[in-house]
Design a protein. Structure first.
Length: 282
């Protein structure tokens, strides 16, 4: 009974996208991440001394550079940020299974609200911290990319997106492709990464000719200088409102709350914008 209730509560755009995934002819590429530091982002704060209060953050993979910078601002408070990056759905299941996290930051606030509804968050409940922005990126392109139409070109034989079953950016990418009338042309080309960062890595490594991923991931690590990219307007009803919760099981609630508050502060909002994320209400 519990499984049926959770499935029904899952964000609707993720559910809608799974039917497309079932039809994808290209082999599914899943790069699994464990509960330890994930391959697409290193843990921050690993060199903290004995007096440092470490906050373990389960974070969507578009937040790597945001949290790296945020960790620097928290050092003066004696707080270290130890982050694990993966898709929001993967991390959701890890939290439900008792993984030792203090703060959960999802690419879709609906996932955070599920944890709050299930009694796994503090009484403060879910909060929103950013709006996700999509980009189409073609690493090897030399001419201008104006938008998703590039995915229909014959030289683009594989298109990487995150797995929409558990990655909100993947569901948003498929919705945007469908909204642009390109599903028939692009569907046979799809290859899936575990997260939006993994999908970008696939394109960077030459395993896909293009990727539709988080803008923050494209802007990271000078990727924007490789090939060409364009921001993709969200499809109607699929805007990504990103959110999180402080987990009720946090070993240091005050420190976890301090990290949340730093993210929501003016300085935190500036960091989010600097790294390609929008702000709620804008």
């Amino acid at each position: 009974m519990q499984r049926s209730r959770q499935a029904a509560a899952r964000p609707s755009r993720v559910v809608a996208a799974t039917s497309l995934v079932a039809r994808v002819a290209t082999p599914l590429v899943l790069l699994a991440l464990g509960a330890c530091a994930a391959a697409d982002g290193a843990a921050s704060g690993s060199t903290a001394d004995a007096t440092t209060r470490t906050v373990r953050v389960a974070a969507a993979s578009d937040l790597v550079h945001v949290l790296d910078d945020l960790a620097g601002t928290l050092e003066g408070q004696g707080i270290a940020v130890e982050a694990t990056y993966a898709s929001s759905g993967t991390l959701l299941q890890q939290v439900r299974n008792g993984a030792p996290y203090d703060l959960y930051l999802a690419a879709d606030v609906a996932y955070a609200r599920l944890l709050a509804d299930e009694g796994l968050a503090t009484d403060d409940g879910a909060f929103t911290y950013a709006t996700g922005r999509l980009a189409v990126w073609v690493p090897a392109a030399t001419d201008r990319v104006d938008g998703l139409d590039v995915l229909g070109r014959p030289e683009v034989r594989a298109v990487a997106v995150a797995n929409p079953r558990h990655a909100p950016y993947g569901a948003a990418a498929l919705a945007a492709i469908d909204d642009a009338g390109l599903t028939t042309a692009v569907e046979p080309k799809l290859v899936l990464g575990e997260s939006t960062a993994q999908a970008a890595e696939m394109a960077a490594a030459g395993h896909a000719d293009a990727a539709v991923v988080a803008l923050s991931v494209v802007l990271a690590d000078a990727r924007a200088q490789d090939g060409t990219w364009a921001e993709v307007p969200p499809a109607a009803g699929t805007e990504l409102e990103q959110g999180g919760v402080v987990l009720a099981s946090a070993r240091d609630l005050d420190a976890a709350t301090a990290v949340r508050d730093a993210l929501l502060s003016d300085d935190g909002r500036a960091l989010l914008e600097r790294h390609g994320l929008g702000l709620p209400g804008r």
